[in-house]
Write a protein that binds this ligand. Structure first.
Ligand SMILES: [Zn+2]
Length: 315
């Protein structure tokens, strides 16, 4: 019984810690002499050259931070941002959006860094040295080859058997259908190639598209009654960062089966950020994604219909 209360108290304290914004260390009252320019000052940074008062003898930690700085890492609380994205993502995003920008690593920069790291890990830097991309693409490449060998002449095979190909009118219709089919395929193929070439930009576009539908349901949420679309988009980028951190860890240990469940974890930051109940967050997110799915199907259908009409009108 005593142990149970202890655990409950721990959970309560953790929850309290989650909601409390980050507190910046107090301003140093001591007088310092800047090691770079010799200026005497009180505070944490030299007002003349900007050097931190904390810089003293060279330490291993400093060497590490200096090393990370080569890629623009190791500053502006990158480790704090990663920790908070794992332990209090929604509250961290709330604090960032409310203006605490110096406390956290910028969301887009983190996104591109994590995406680069994720590519390294899926390409073989993991405990098994496996290249996941190669494995997944190989069967696809084979399939593409067989479909690519389809030319307008071979296309009628794709039509149903009822078409009588001795009838010239039917041949014309079959050719037209084949042409439309090839055009639609080539449009989606070039789209696929574009996505392959700029995966990060495409992911950001998808996040923006996703944000449109989430915005419909979350813009008047209890914690931010007048949430802006741009704010929700930034929040989604941070949520994608959270996903990338976790999926990179899973990929590193080659436990990819769980990757799908990581997507469901996005509910946690959405709940913390919005202030809705669990159920209130879940049904809103589900409905938003149902709409997203329908909208995506509509866009694909519209492209297909557009191509068919073009082929019919212009041959
Ligand atoms: Zn100085």
């Amino acid at each position: 019984m005593k142990k149970k209360i202890h655990l409950k108290e721990k959970i309560r304290r953790f929850h309290e810690w989650q909601q409390k914004p980050y507190v910046v260390a107090p301003l140093s009252e001591q007088e310092h002499e800047c090691a770079t320019c010799g200026t005497h000052y009180t505070g944490n940074f030299c007002p003349r050259c900007g050097q931190s008062q904390r810089i003293g003898r060279y330490s291993f930690k400093m060497a590490l931070l200096n090393f990370l700085d080569v890629w623009g890492l190791g500053n502006r609380g990158m480790f704090r941002t990663i920790r908070d994205l794992l332990l209090r993502p929604g509250y961290m995003i709330r604090d960032y959006l409310s203006g605490m920008q110096m406390a956290y690593f910028p969301p887009f920069k983190l996104f591109f860094l994590l995406a680069a790291l994720s590519i390294l890990v899926t390409n073989g830097i993991n405990i098994k040295g496996k290249n996941f991309n190669k494995e997944e693409n190989e069967p696809e490449v084979q399939m593409e080859k067989t479909v690519d060998s389809a030319t307008p002449e071979t296309i009628p095979q794709y039509q149903d058997g009822e078409t009588d190909l001795t009838n010239p009118e039917d041949i014309e219709v079959a050719e037209m259908e084949g042409k439309a089919f090839l055009n639609i395929r080539s449009i989606f193929d070039s789209f696929g190639r574009l996505v392959d070439r700029f995966p990060n930009l495409f992911s950001l576009l998808m996040l923006m598209f996703d944000s449109v539908f989430l915005y419909l349901f979350f813009r008047h949420c209890p914690h931010s009654p007048d949430l802006r679309f741009s704010e929700l988009f930034v929040a989604m980028v941070y949520i994608a960062d959270m996903y990338l951190i976790l999926s990179t860890v899973l990929n590193f240990f080659c436990i990819r089966e769980l990757s799908f469940f990581l997507l469901l974890l996005a509910i946690i930051p959405l709940k913390q950020l919005s202030g809705y109940s669990w159920w209130g967050t879940i049904w809103r997110a589900l409905l938003a994604h149902l709409l997203l799915f329908v909208a995506t199907l509509l866009i694909i259908a519209m492209v297909a219909v557009g191509v068919i009409l073009c082929v019919q009108w212009f041959g």
